[in-house]
Ligand binder design. Structure first.
Ligand code: AQP
Length: 334
């Protein structure tokens, strides 16, 4: 087995990128570029597991690409492309559908969350989504996958699938077992309306999230309205951990300003949330608004974004085909 480190990760083009995508994933994508070979994908085939308006999907694919670049991804060094432009993702997903087990998929909590109460009506695609995710990663023999904590279970499944493929076909170490790279301090950004729910693009209320495209006024308004409790800011982390909304706002502030949570508590203990909210809004405006401005500028240049995707998909396709040739042979396909 080669000991080359390869990073793969993806983001769904399902709407506005938000602070959770940025702090949980994109920021990590950027820092990894300097250390390893990186492949970053706009996962449009994942997006269609729930219905997407075709016109809006096309513009969301370009906007997510703009979000990648505006967050600091370098399209010269990293491969940036959209999933559906490399057909190997769908082909390997089929092969892995035949390796993965129904019992494994039945344990996936994201399917349960996204399918809601009426699972019979969910698409088959949504159910087998984790197998496609395994294919995305294994197609490039990726060794490391930067994701938010919500995706940890899917990476574990990808490891199980890789292991079973290697065992079934007696090709020891053919697929590396991919490792999740989850930010330690801030792995799950929560909704601004409910500190027990993840911040998400598909949550109805705009007030639940900070979008990367929000302007300063919107950010200030959303943070002002963010849910808190009635107690002052606590003095220690044990108390903070019992209060989900306070914990969320303080960890976001700590991450954006590179200040350890203990230090933030020292500075703010006993004060009310207006103080934290003012400081948090300032930090968000400073960090997020320049990214949002860049996205808005870039989405006007469709040709530029399409060129980046085309160049990326050519590079990704070469790698994918090289691996697929071996995979077809291992499985016995001619
Ligand atoms: N709230 C979050 N906190 C930390 N990380 C997060 N990620 C998403 N939300 C948070 C990470 O962002 C990457 C891309 O996620 P995605 O857009 O492909 O899918 P998702 O996890 O399903 O994100 P959303 O916002 O909840 O999308 P919808 O609403 O369309 O399903 C992943 O690495 C994810 O961990």
């Amino acid at each position: 087995m080669s000991d080359k480190k390869i990073v793969f990760s993806g983001v769904q083009p399902t709407g506005n990128l938000h602070l959770g995508n940025y702090l949980g994933a994109l920021k990590n994508f950027v820092s990894l570029q300097k250390k390893m070979e990186c492949i970053y994908c706009v996962v449009d085939l994942h997006a269609i597991t729930t219905f997407q308006n075709p016109k809006i999907l096309k513009s969301n694919i370009l906007e997510t690409t703009a979000g990648f670049i505006a967050s600091g991804l370098d399209h010269e060094n990293s491969i940036i492309f959209n999933q559906s432009s490399v057909s190997g993702h769908a082909e390997l997903a089929w092969i892995l559908n035949c390796v993965s087990r129904v019992g494994w998929l039945n344990r996936m909590t994201q399917f349960k969350d996204k399918a809601g109460t009426d699972k019979e009506k969910a698409s088959v695609g949504l159910y087998i989504y984790p197998n496609l995710m395994a294919a995305d990663i294994l197609l490039y023999k990726a060794t490391h996958v930067p994701v938010g904590a919500d995706q940890k279970q899917h990476i574990e499944l990808s490891r199980d699938i890789a292991q079973k493929f290697n065992n079934d076909f007696q090709v020891e170490n053919f697929f590396p077992l991919p490792e999740p790279l989850i930010p330690k301090k801030i792995s799950r950004i929560m909704s601004l309306r409910d500190g027990t729910k993840k911040m998400s693009k598909s949550e109805e209320s705009e007030y639940s999230r900070i979008n990367l495209k929000d302007d300063a006024d919107e950010i200030v308004k959303k943070i002002k309205k963010a849910k808190t409790d009635s107690e002052p800011i606590p003095s220690n982390e044990v108390e903070l951990n019992k209060r989900p909304e306070a914990l969320n706002l303080i960890t976001i502030y700590s991450d954006l300003t590179n200040t350890p949570v203990g230090e933030v508590l020292k500075q703010m203990s006993g004060k009310d949330f207006t103080h934290l909210k003012k400081n948090l809004s300032d930090a968000l405006v400073e960090k997020i608004c320049p990214i949002g401005k860049e996205i808005k500028k870039m989405i006007k240049d469709r040709i530029f974004l399409e060129k980046i995707l085309k160049k990326g998909s050519e590079k990704a396709n070469l790698k994918a085909e090289e691996n697929l040739k071996k995979i077809r042979d291992i499985v016995g396909l001619i």
